[in-house]
Ligand binder design. Sequence first.
Ligand code: SF4
Ligand code: SF4
Length: 312
Amino acid sequence: MEHELTVDYQDDIGTLKPFPQRMTVFSRVQWDKTCIGYGKKEQSTTKGKPGYSRLDLALQSASRTIQSKVGYSKEEIKDTERYEPQDVSEFTEQVKNAARLYGAAAVGICQLNPLWLYANDQGESVSLPEGVDKAIVIAVEMAREWVALSPTAGGAAASGNGYSKMAFTAACMAEFLRNLGLQAMASGNDTALSIPLAIDAGLGECGRNGSLITHQFGSRIRLCKVFTDAPLQLDEPIEFGIIRYCETCQKCAEACPAQAIPYGERTIEGVCSSNNPGVLKWHTHAEKCLNFWRVNGVSCMNCIKSCPFSNV
Ligand code: SF4
Ligand code: SF4
């Protein structure tokens, strides 16, 4: 099968720059007066309604416990002899098996493209320790029956549960590699953009909904990664027709309560300051999206739920 990169950064390398983490909408809403929702307090209009009861909200809040109370371990390399596998291919399969044991629904490995690392205040990619040149990218599954409840608190609980699984899986994976004397850093949404890394690692393609679409679970996944210097075989990007399918399907755009997902063609330019220009894709209006979350009281996943590939 011939593979093609589904994020066409090779053609647009001149304009694409590392994205500053402070420009994500979650950050901008705290400091950028031009961002929709800046300075506004919680605006939930849903409390007490069906799907947003006290019980629903308690369930949703607790779903993030592992991420919020345990998080990702950022320990340094262990003082133990470095493991040198006889057979890199076999070792790669053992590493992927470990990821599955700890909760991965899918796992791939890519060379770490510095373009996907967040930029610091000087616009340069944040630096990782010398020798760390790969990312093990892991998708964890979100439960179908709970995603189906989006945009209520039940749907947000599926998302929160995914965040907890991300932290658990990535933290265990990084510790496993450190036990072998290898460098490994667990990461959730921090440090680097997960979707382009997942594309490079062969996990799927980016759809109109702005999310990764995997072969097996559609967009019903969350992504985490482990940065490492381990000797591992790399995967390649895959192509299974998502871009062409999305060109005519617009279900996610129709299902978005914030009208934040574009109709029409992919563009190089973004639609708000929280998009990264220079990548040919459908750019979601992140400010409109987050503003709906505030009114809704909890996060939304209508664009994941409505995608036929998510099979909800
Ligand atoms: S999360 Fe909800 S509001 Fe945001 S883009 Fe998806 S469907 Fe729209
Ligand atoms: S709902 Fe349709 S247009 Fe949107 S991401 Fe899924 S396949 Fe693409």
